[in-house]
Design a protein around this ligand. Structure first.
Ligand code: 5FX
Length: 534
């Protein structure tokens, strides 16, 4: 490394995810100069987690020990020091956490946090700082009763979605808080503060309770996403004293303050290193992808996930609207679809002899619009829409029991992407000139699949590696946080980051074909919903 590089600034992004704690360091040119991680199961076996969590006997309750995350941070910083990272160069740090999880700080913990002794590790000092040692995480689905109670209190599922961006979900923090209050009243009583995983992690670096940011706060069923303040009706229905237990939320770009003197003395951070608000892993991924207004990101994995940048959200009973993590006046949306790669693989096995080449050839050899054949392939109960089974329709909208293998392949891929577009548009998304579709995940290496994606959205498709996006997004947000107050936009602050690769542009007839087909798809989906409704 050259001498000049050794003094150049660094920005750190941490990701407290479900199975591991990760970090990346980027320099001022946004080159990644260091990466490290701690795997919870294998490197902290004393906590006996599987995949970073404990699944309880009821199979619905899923928790992680707060102290495991604390110990992981001790270990990670030691590993970074050992690898020779010069902490004095770090100008700012930020991070992300798995969304929705909650941490309950015991009365007196703030005192401990502000007086940390640099001669001891965090784990030794925070042993008694949590009133509930096992934190509910996003995989927990044990709060159905509390979800019903909340929806009833605010006037129904749609009303709750209009206020908070989502109908009630078991994993959303407000419902978990209500459950803790009811099932662990004494432990709940002895909490002086409740953090999300993200704001808990920021609190460690800050040496004080960190604010919940607007974006991760939107995953709680408690924040009014339009006023960006806690919703009174939701707080009241959840638990008493929540204003003081949660603290006031702040924009995700906020600088929370300087790093705690503990890290200055123990690891050699500069006193001027700033802690920028931490956020959820999905909002941080949006930053890592550098999604812009009008863009849509489609992650083609075991389940498919769609990220949207929205200006005018239309909350619905499906999907989630969050405040935007890089521009506090805007929004983002997240949609999850269970029938992704596994369904594509099943159809490949049945219709293309298990070969991706033959699967691709079928897409090449069949026309846009599939001569009017359309299909819904829900091998498992889909989230959006809640329908199960395979349903194929001929050009007259009559349900048919089979299609030729080539037509089946196109019906599957077109159907999946029409569904992604339909539900994105229902949340307020619209394709505008300049819209880019960013594709990532396993299937994004298949050019023919991406050509269909480009045609259905009538927009160019770019590929991007997302494996580290939450971490990278956090490092980018750290850098942006330092200049956000002076009006520099996120995209200007990170314009040196690597550009995604253009891989497909829409066919000239795509708009004509798919605008019509989308309307038909919506009608048929509604029909399936009516037919399958209990
Ligand atoms: C989003 O709503 C989720 O529950 C998950 O993607 C978690 O954030 C994973 F960490």
């Amino acid at each position: 490394m050259m001498a000049a590089d050794q003094d150049s600034p660094l920005y750190l992004g941490f990701d407290f995810s479900t199975q591991q704690l990760k970090v990346v360091a980027v320099d001022g040119n946004l080159n990644v100069v260091h990466q490290n991680n701690v795997q919870f199961d294998s490197e902290l076996p004393e906590f006996r987690t599987q995949g970073g969590v404990h699944i309880h006997a009821d199979k619905l309750t899923v928790t992680s020990p707060a102290l495991m995350w604390v110990k992981a941070l001790d270990l990670l910083l030691d590993k970074m020091k050992e690898a020779g990272l010069d902490f004095s160069r770090v100008r700012a740090l930020s991070g992300s956490g798995q969304q929705h999880g909650s941490v309950y700080w015991r009365t007196g913990a703030s005192e401990t946090l502000t007086n940390l002794d640099p001669d001891q590790n965090l784990n030794q000092q925070l042993q008694n700082s949590f009133s509930i040692s096992d934190c509910p995480v996003w995989m927990d689905s044990s709060s159905s009763q509390q979800c019903q109670d909340l929806q009833r209190a605010v006037g129904g599922a749609l009303r709750l979605a209009e206020i908070t961006g989502s109908r009630a979900y078991e994993r959303f923090t407000g419902n978990q808080i209500a459950k803790m209050r009811q099932t662990k009243p004494n432990e709940f009583q002895s909490a002086e503060r409740i953090s999300l995983v993200s704001s808990f992690a920021a609190s460690l670096f800050l040496g004080d309770y960190a604010a919940i940011d607007y974006s991760d706060g939107s995953g709680m069923n408690l924040l009014d996403i339009r006023t960006r303040t806690w919703s009174e009706v939701c707080l009241e229905a959840t638990a008493p004293h929540l204003h003081s237990l949660l603290g006031a939320p702040l924009p995700s770009t906020a600088v929370l303050g300087p790093i705690s003197s503990y890290f200055v003395q123990r690891y050699g951070f500069s006193e001027s290193c700033r802690v920028v608000a931490f956020t959820g892993d999905n909002p941080a991924s949006l930053a890592g992808m550098r999604l812009q207004q009008g863009d849509i990101a489609v992650s083609l994995g075991t389940s498919d996930t769609v990220f949207l940048w929205l200006q005018q959200p239309r909350p619905a009973l499906e999907g989630h609207i969050f405040c935007n993590p890089v521009d506090w006046q805007e929004y983002m949306a997240l949609l999850c679809f269970k029938n992704g790669s596994l369904t594509r693989e099943r159809v490949r096995n049945e219709c293309a002899g298990g070969s991706w080449e033959l699967f691709s050839a079928s897409l090449r050899d069949t026309p846009l619009g599939n001569n009017g054949y359309i299909g819904f392939y829900f091998d498992v109960m889909e989230i959006t829409p809640p329908v199960v089974g395979v349903h194929r329709f001929d050009p007259d909208d009559s349900e048919v029991s089979s299609l030729s293998p080539q037509v089946e392949v196109r019906a599957l891929v077109e159907g999946q992407f029409l569904s992604r577009r339909l539900h994105a548009e229902r949340l307020g998304y619209s394709i505008i000139p300049g819209t880019r579709v960013l594709a990532t995940g396993g299937a994004s290496s298949n050019k023919e699949i991406l050509q269909v994606l480009s045609d259905v959205f009538n927009a160019p498709v770019y590929t991007i590696d997302l494996s580290n996006s939450a971490c990278l997004g956090s490092a980018y947000r750290a850098l942006h946080g330092l200049v956000a107050e002076s009006g520099v936009t996120f995209s200007d602050a990170v314009k040196k980051a690597p550009e995604p690769q253009l891989v497909a542009t829409p066919h000239p007839t795509a708009q004509e074909v798919y605008d019509q087909m989308l309307k038909r798809y919506a009608r048929l989906e509604e029909r399936l919903l009516q037919e399958t409704r209990p």
